[in-house]
Design a protein around this ligand. Structure first.
Ligand code: ADP
Ligand code: MG
Length: 323
C-alpha cells in the first residue's frame, strides 16, 4: 500500500539525515563491522550506505520493503525488550515510497546475491547479483513524488550538518564499527573501528578535545556507566556536545543530560556545557524505546536512581583530577 507507506514516511523520513540514520541503523542491526556512507549534495542527490553485515536472503529481499515486515520482532513479548535499533519494519518501505532505491545484498555462503530497484513504492526490477557479503543501498530522487516535502528542507549546509551530526552520534555509540563518510567525493570522517572511543572523540571533536577527556566508569545493581567526559576547563556553548547512548544506541533524554551537567558542580559550567559521551548498559526491560517512530526519545524506569548515579560517577572522577 503505497499511500500508507507515504504517510508513514511523513513520520519517519523527514529529511536526508533521517535516511542516513535508518540505513546505518539497519547496517548496525545486521552486525556490520564496516559502514561506508557516501552522500552527494547533502543527500538531495543521493545517499548510499555500504555495509559488510549479514545481508538479506534473496527470497526475503521483497519482503524487506513490505510494511511491518520486520525480521527483528517475533512476538509481543519482544516489543518490551527491544535490542535492535529498528523494529517497526517501516524504514525501507517508507523510503522506497518517496524516492528511488536500489539495494544489492548477499548473505555469507550464498552463491549469488540479489538486486532490487524500486521507485515511488513500485518495484521496477529484481535480479540476481554478485555474492559480496553485506548490503549496498542507494537512495536517489528523494521526495520526487511528494514535492511539498521537498519545500520543507533547509539549506544544503543545514541538511549536511544534520547528516554529519547523526553519523557522529552513531560512530560515538559504536566505536567497534569502522565508519567512513564521504560527501561530494571528499572524505569528511573516518573511524578505525578498533573500539577506542577516545579516538572516535578525537576524530570528531579534534585532537585537543580528545586529550582533555576523562574516562568514567561506575555501576550499581541496575546500571553500568562508561564513557568519557571533558575536563571542566573544556566547555562548549551548547548541550549538543553531550552524547548519551543506552545499550550502545544513541538516545535523547533531558534528565540524563542534566545529570551529566550536574556532575560538574563547577563555576566554569555557568551557561557552558561539557563535552561528554556516556553509555549506559541496562536490562532492556528498564527502557521504553517505543515512544516515537524516530525512536530517539526514551522513557526509563528507575530514572532517578540512574541520574543520581551518573552525577555521582562524574563528580567523583573530577574530584580525583583536582587532588
Ligand atoms: P526494521 O529495521 O524496523 O526491521 P526496516 O524497514 O528498516 O525495518 O528494514 C526491514 C528489514 O530489512 C529488516 O528487518 C532487515 O531484515 C532487512 N534489512 C534492512 N537493511 C538491512 C541491512 N543493511 N542488512 C541486513 N538486513 C537489512
Ligand atoms: Mg530499520
Amino acid at each position: 500500500n503505497i499511500l500508507a507507506d507515504q504517510i508513514a514516511a511523513g513520520e519517519v523520513i523527514e529529511r536526508p539525515a533521517s535516511i542516513v540514520k535508518e540505513l546505518v541503523e539497519n547496517s548496525l542491526d545486521a552486525h556490520s563491522h564496516r559502514v561506508d556512507i557516501i552522500v552527494e549534495n547533502s543527500g538531495l542527490d543521493s545517499v548510499r550506505v555500504i555495509d559488510d553485515g549479514d545481508g538479506i536472503a534473496a527470497e526475503d529481499v521483497k519482503l524487506a520493503f513490505h510494511r511491518h515486515a520486520t525480521s527483528k520482532i517475533n512476538s509481543r513479548h519482544d516489543l518490551f525488550k527491544v535490542q535492535t535499533m529498528g523494529f517497526r519494519g517501516e524504514a525501507l518501505p517508507s523510503i522506497a515510497s518517496v524516492a528511488d532505491v536500489t539495494l544489492t545484498t548477499a548473505q555469507a555462503g550464498q552463491e549469488e546475491g540479489a538486486m532490487i530497484h524500486l521507485r515511488g513504492g513500485k518495484e521496477l526490477a529484481m535480479k540476481p547479483a554478485g555474492a559480496r557479503q553485506g548490503t549496498d543501498i542507494k537512495v536517489t530522487d528523494l521526495f520526487f513524488n511528494t514535492p511539498a516535502r521537498l519545500k520543507y528542507l533547509k539549506s544544503p549546509q543545514t541538511e549536511l550538518a544534520r547528516i554529519t551530526d547523526i553519523i557522529n552520534r552513531l560512530a560515538l555509540a559504536n566505536p567497534a564499527v569502522a565508519f567512513s563518510f564521504t560527501h561530494n567525493g571528499r572524505e569528511l570522517f573516518r573511524s578505525a573501528g578498533n573500539n577506542n572511543l577516545q579516538q572516535v572523540v578525537a576524530a570528531i571533536y579534534g585532537v585537543q578535545a580528545g586529550r582533555k577527556m576523562l574516562e568514567v566508569k561506575g555501576e550499581d545493581n541496575d546500571f553500568k556507566i562508561s564513557g568519557f567526559v571533558s575536563l571542566p576547563e573544556l566547555t562548549r556553548a551548547s548541550r549538543q556536545y553531550i552524547t548519551i547512548t543506552i545499550n550502545h544506541r544513541y538516545v535523547r533524554n533531558f534528565e540524563l543530560t542534566k545529570a551529566i551537567i550536574q556532575g560538574y558542580e563547577s563555576k566554569l559550567m555557568v551557561g557552558r556545557y561539557p563535552l561528554a559521551v556516556i553509555n549506559i548498559d541496562l536490562d532492556p526491560v528498564l527502557v521504553d524505546v517505543n515512544v516515537h517512530p524516530a525512536k530517539r526519545e526514551v522513557r526509563l524506569s528507575k530514572e532517578q536512581q540512574l541520574t543520581k548515579l551518573i552525577s555521582k560517577v562524574i563528580r567523583k572522577r573530577i574530584a580525583v583530577e583536582n587532588l
